[in-house]
Design a protein around this ligand. Structure first.
Ligand code: GLY
Length: 347
């Protein structure tokens, strides 16, 4: 990691597709340096609630800009939104030399990245991340996509950005809930590497999470193995999000999923009761997140949804803690999954 005044730079090493993630206050102003020199046009994908824009900086750099505000809420992370963006690209005359810029949280950067992966079979994309979840996870590593009614992120592509700007100015406007969601993803990194992330300043905490993720992505871009670890807590989390029609937000669901993963690992004899308690202490005590299942969600529905997870290559698949640390575990029995669900508190 490079440290310069109030700026941190982490490199995602992917050969000729390597790029920098720059974190700092006001860092969005660097946008023009990241777009390709060939770009004459930029489509900016954003949302009406995003606290700042990058259009002026792009226009000042001689680039024509068209802005697309996509809908608020996970239901807009859809094929319909993707099609709308594709049609705007067509009417704006976006070429292979041009660029798409995603300015927003994970939903925006996921859709902007997917649009860039598909338009003319792939053009440049730059992300300006404005949420904690986006900065520590979604904007980094090139996973892009949209949801189907059948599941989250089922349609998408791996498409790496040319660069990512994490502008910490945006964090002041986050709601307590959005901050909680970021904490859910950070708690995940806590279990992956055991660092005392909460002991760091905010900028260094974000940079350290980016560094952990960059290291994993650099070694397993397409999730053939190690990258699956980033899904710690996510198998149940995705099911909860869908079962509650996204009234439980992603980071909140990850927090519940982390504690559930500990119960499941205990059920399978992989960890001790003490380690389960540690999970609860970290998630609830240190990161301030609820780890109880939402009331009214049926276990059968969660199990059916977890069968549809993208990791489920060979039966029910989870990332679970154990004596070798956190690792993917396939063919987990439905009985164990159900017993672990029964161990969870309900709120
Ligand atoms: N969000 C998990 C990953 O990027 O692999």
């Amino acid at each position: 990691m490079a440290v310069m005044n109030n700026q941190r730079t982490v490199r995602v090493e992917l050969g000729e597709r390597s790029y920098n993630v720059v974190i700092g206050a006001g860092i969005r102003k660097q946008i023009a340096q990241l777009v390709p020199a060939t770009a004459k046009r930029a489509i900016v994908v954003t949302q009406a609630t995003i606290p700042f824009s990058v259009e002026e900086d792009l226009v000042n750099a001689g680039i024509s800009v068209r802005t697309i505000n996509i809908g608020l809420g996970e239901e807009f992370k859809s094929i319909a939104t993707f099609e709308m963006i594709m049609r705007e690209c067509a009417s704006f005359g976006l070429t292979r030399n041009d660029v798409i810029v995603g300015v927003g949280g994970g939903m925006v950067t996921d859709i902007a990245g997917f649009a860039a992966s598909a338009w003319h079979r792939g053009i440049a994309v730059v992300h300006v991340s404005t949420t904690l979840v986006g900065m520590v996870d979604a904007a980094i590593g090139g996973k892009t996509g949209v949801n189907l009614a059948e599941g989250k992120n089922l349609v998408g592509a791996f498409w790496q950005p040319r660069g990512v700007l994490c502008d910490t100015d945006a964090l002041a406007s986050l709601s307590p809930r959005e901050t909680r969601c970021g904490n859910g993803e950070m708690a995940k990194y806590h279990f992956l590497v055991g660092d005392d992330l909460l002991g760091l300043s905010l900028i260094d905490r974000i940079a350290r999470c980016v560094e952990i993720k960059a290291d994993i992505v650099g070694s397993d871009e397409r999730e053939g193995g190690r990258r699956m670890l980033l899904n710690y807590g996510h198998t149940l989390a995705h099911a909860i999000e869908i079962a509650t029609e996204f009234s439980v937000a992603h980071g909140e669901a990850v927090a519940i999923g982390l504690v559930y993963a500990a119960h499941l690992a205990r059920e399978l004899g992989r960890i001790s009761d003490e380690r389960v308690t540690q999970h609860r202490q970290v998630v609830e005590g240190e990161y301030g997140l609820s780890c109880a299942l939402p009331n009214g969600v049926h276990h059968d529905e969660l199990i059916a949804l977890m069968h549809g997870d993208k990791k489920a290559l060979s039966g029910l698949t989870f990332v679970l803690d154990g004596i070798n640390g956190v690792e993917p575990v396939t063919a987990v029995s439905v009985d164990a999954v159900r017993s672990a669900l029964n161990r969870m508190e309900v709120r």
